[in-house]
Design a protein around this ligand. Structure first.
Ligand code: G1P
Length: 294
């Protein structure tokens, strides 16, 4: 059961989605449409992230967008031609589904004009998020969990205060793909973080606990990010900003319960589609047959 169903108030109301990335790994599919709009079984990737934010009680979705991202705005807006057509054809269930998309919450769009990194993308959300703790969802990491991963982070924030990051153990050879933390376990799966480094080489990684794409962040991150110099890959890194935050406020890490589908690469996205379709009773047989025929 989530907060929407129980009606309980959430201590965070805003969730930021960095969606300005160009999706070059999916070209040419993403030449004119946002990579976050690629379908994952029956819905675009971004819809999974928005559902997760809603489940944690967020009502304001702050999208940090760029060029070619208009399709995201349109998806969460009314579509009068489509609605009229569905009404005229008596497709009541579909009509209601389409209307519901525009009533999920308030959507706020801010532009990231230059691709300067994840830390810079979060900084672009300052005008809306500067006064309170807020969630961050990197929609490429699709999380299937109950309760949702953002809700798991929120529970730790509500109990202990401070910022909270989602963590996962990764094989040492993969540390250079993630932010890696150093921490002390203070409760099962909950870490008090003392240091972190963005994308270290396996031989330099201080641990194998990696940051996954979910955060609850203190607004104190904004002045830090505004001063942040470029780090790994020449980009303004969120990990470097949170590292500085460590000297001001507590930061916790939570090894979440749930499954992650990396939809940031063609291979990961394709595999997520097949695996999730196999779990859908209406589609399982279709996938099985398609694979057998080859
Ligand atoms: C970003 C973060 C990194 C984190 C990762 C999770 O990296 O910078 O710390 O571990 O997301 O997916 P990116 O995947 O944008 O390179």
């Amino acid at each position: 059961m989530n907060r929407r169903e129980t009606g309980s108030a959430s201590s965070i109301t805003k969730c930021l989605f960095p969606v300005a990335g160009l999706g070059t790994r999916f070209l040419p599919a993403t030449k004119e449409i946002a990579k976050e709009m690629l379908p994952l079984v029956d819905r675009p990737i971004i819809a999974y992230g928005v559902d997760e934010a809603l489940s944690a009680g967020c009502r304001e979705m702050v999208m940090i967008t760029g060029r070619t991202k208009k399709s995201i705005e349109d998806y969460f807006d009314r579509s009068y031609e489509l609605e009229e057509l569905l009404k005229a054809r008596n497709k009541k269930t579909l009509y209601e589904k389409v209307i519901a998309l525009s009533e999920l919450g308030d959507f706020i769009y801010l532009r990231q004009h230059s691709p300067l990194g994840l830390g810079h993308a979060v900084l672009c959300g300052e005008p809306v998020c500067r006064n309170e703790y807020f969630g961050v969802i990197l929609p490429d990491d699709v999380m299937i969990a109950e309760p949702s991963v953002l809700s798991q982070l929120l529970a730790v924030h509500e109990e202990r205060g401070g910022s909270v990051l989602a963590l996962e153990e990764v094989p040492r050879e993969e540390t250079s793909r993630y932010g890696i933390v150093v921490g002390t376990e203070v409760a099962p799966g909950v870490y008090s973080i003392s240091d972190m480094v963005e994308k270290p080489a396996p031989e330099d990684a201080p641990s194998t606990l990696a940051i996954m794409g979910r955060y609850i962040l203190s607004p104190a991150i904004f002045p830090i990010l505004a001063r942040q110099k470029p780090g790994a890959g020449g980009e303004i890194q969120l990990t470097d900003g949170v590292r500085t935050l460590l000297s001001e406020e507590p930061v916790w890490g939570v090894v979440y319960n749930g499954r992650r589908f990396d939809c940031g690469t063609q291979q990961g996205w394709l595999s997520a589609n097949i695996r999730l379709a196999m779990e859908n009773p209406l589609l399982r047989e279709v996938v099985r047959q398609a694979i057998i025929e080859e």
